[in-house]
Design a protein around this ligand. Sequence first.
Ligand code: AMP
Length: 398
Amino acid sequence: MNILVINCGSSSLKFQLIDAETEAMIAKGLCERIGIDGSRLVYQPTGGEKEETVTEMPDHTRAIELVLEALTDEKTGVVKTLDEIGAVGHRIVHGGEKFAASTIITQEVVKAIEECNDLAPLHNPANLIGIEACRRLMPDTPMVAVFDTAFHQTMPQEAYLYGIPYEYYEKYRIRRYGFHGTSHSYVSERAAQVLGQPYEALKIIVCHLGNGASVSAVQNGRCVDTSMGLTPLEGLIMGTRSGDIDPAIIEFLAHKENLSIDEIMEILNKKSGVLGLSGNFSSDFRDLESACAEGKEEGVRAVKGFAYRVVKYIGAYAAAMNGVDAICFTAGLGENSPEVRNLICERLGYLGIALDQEQNHKRGEDLVISTPDSDTKVLVIPTNEELAIARQTYALVR
Ligand code: AMP
């Protein structure tokens, strides 16, 4: 069965068509600038030429229509008719406390996702538009919602409650939810397979280090803590997001710079992280690492600050689980930067960690990068959220 995986943002849409039986990707692409001038579709069948088409996309329905036309195109398409798409898997950012697992999309599910909108006002409405557009164009095709938050729903209360009046949890469900759950789940399970040990018997820390970044503690196959919170702003220092700060900074800055709450949130989300720490030099770790190599102060302070925060979270989660068997690195930076992995692991000697530098400098595959006698294993596992969404969709619809 072919599964279409859709990741719908407010003005963009990424897609992949995956053969669920062989797990091969058949085609992928994205629509950019939906509803804005200069929209374009990028489409690439596996093994074929990448095509870019600049064309009007006034809304997401038109964007999905164009994706379906590309997939069924006589010359460059990969399926003859839409009947060859057995199901659609939608990435949904926030499932609140309502969804602890993926689910078949029904009218009730759409309503329940809508009820989570105020927890993710930038993301969930866009995800819902993607669902509606697909339902309009493929009314008889089953659809599944896969939530970024679902994997973290197993956290115990002591990990998910904040130290604020309990009535705010009762009234508004203010608590830690966590994100990147599909990636944390995929990577931790894969790590157990690579180590040849039962997932249910391991204590694993996953470091998803990309533009957005989070760490999670996975004990016996269940998430017990994670660094992102009510929103994806908490935790690590990210590309442009601040991660953890003293909440009193908000009031202090508001007075000093005469800023509104919205303006401060914009700074914390878009102008902070390594971008802010580097004095607006770059949010891209490739630039920052080059700056570090040249000994430039702005690069050094951003990369060191970033790595230090990861080290602190690893320590916290080793404590939370009373030990750790394996630490996994994934996502853009985690998969591609031996330097950042070194910076982090050189402070983990107390966990008996030693890296094999030859392994650490390999690319693009599941790797154990610690030495055979390292007490805690260190792995690089490329994440594949689309495949994980396709798997979960297939499991529910077949
Ligand atoms: P993601 O959000 O997972 O796509 O990751 C994006 C981040 O990964 C960006 O900060 C990139 O600079 C970083 N990244 C990607 N490739 C490399 C690389 N070869 N070396 C260092 N950082 C990289």
